[in-house]
Ligand binder design. Sequence first.
Ligand code: NAD
Length: 280
Amino acid sequence: MAQIIDGKMISQQIKDELKERVAKLKEEGKEITLAVVQVGKDPASSVYVNNKKKACAYIGINSLSYELEETITEKELLELIYELNDNPVVNGILVQLPLPSHIKEDKIINAINPKKDVDGFHPQNVGSMCIGERGFVSCTPAGVIQLLKRSNISIAGKECVVIGRSNIVGKPMSLLLLQEDATVTIAHSKTKDLKEVTKRADILVVAVGKPKFITKDYLKKGAIVIDVGIHRDENNKLCGDVDYDSVIDEVSAITPVPGGVGPMTIAMLMNNCVESALNI
Ligand code: NAD
């Protein structure tokens, strides 16, 4: 029987550990404050932002909310970022993506003080991760590593295949697995014979952005499958990039959707917020 990797339970463990750390910091007179910036009223973004604010409240982190009009200019948004960079009360800055098309996301991310970049998207933090130095690590891939470690799944020496090469999931995921001494292959939209590649995987991380894309034909028997995707299927039910029903008898462990990687992203964001107050 496959091990179901319980992201809900593991993320709760992490949040409880952080809650304790925050309480201790408070006793030392240290408050943690996250600035949450949302542009426009995209319903999916509003759900993510609200979940992040709820997690802050649970752990004891203050959140400052900036709900901005869709029509805000890039210059005005940059001015807010500079203001938050200079505000000594603010430890972390989170700008909910995506931004409206008239604002260049790169420009906004690059403007955030790397020491307040709790999403781990600033090039300085990406560079630090690349060379294994201290810095903020992108939350979803960091969450995947925690899921594996806290489920007692060893990574060192394993054949790991990551499908996807995005800056926020695929690339940092591959680097983190490499840091854990895995042998890592990155597959993407131009990979020839994807099945031949994925069948080599002891651990397959799927961040392809296509609902139920991975079926049992892509797997080696006994593989561990981490499903990063999140979609709604034809019945409006949440599903991942992996066809769960097709693979469940082939895998030795798998993350469900919902309740797998998703809750870990927020837990790792909270972890980065706590680190931000410790001045990494
Ligand atoms: P993306 O669209 O930026 O990247 C998808 C990647 O898949 C690309 O690098 C592309 O090369 C690759 N790809 C596309 N078609 C392919 C194919 N046929 N064969 C092989 N590779 C192919 O997506 P992303 O931002 O990396 O997100 C991936 C998924 O993870 C999405 O479903 C997204 O919703 C989800 N996601 C979940 C969380 C979470 O917290 N659970 C966080 C971020 C993203």
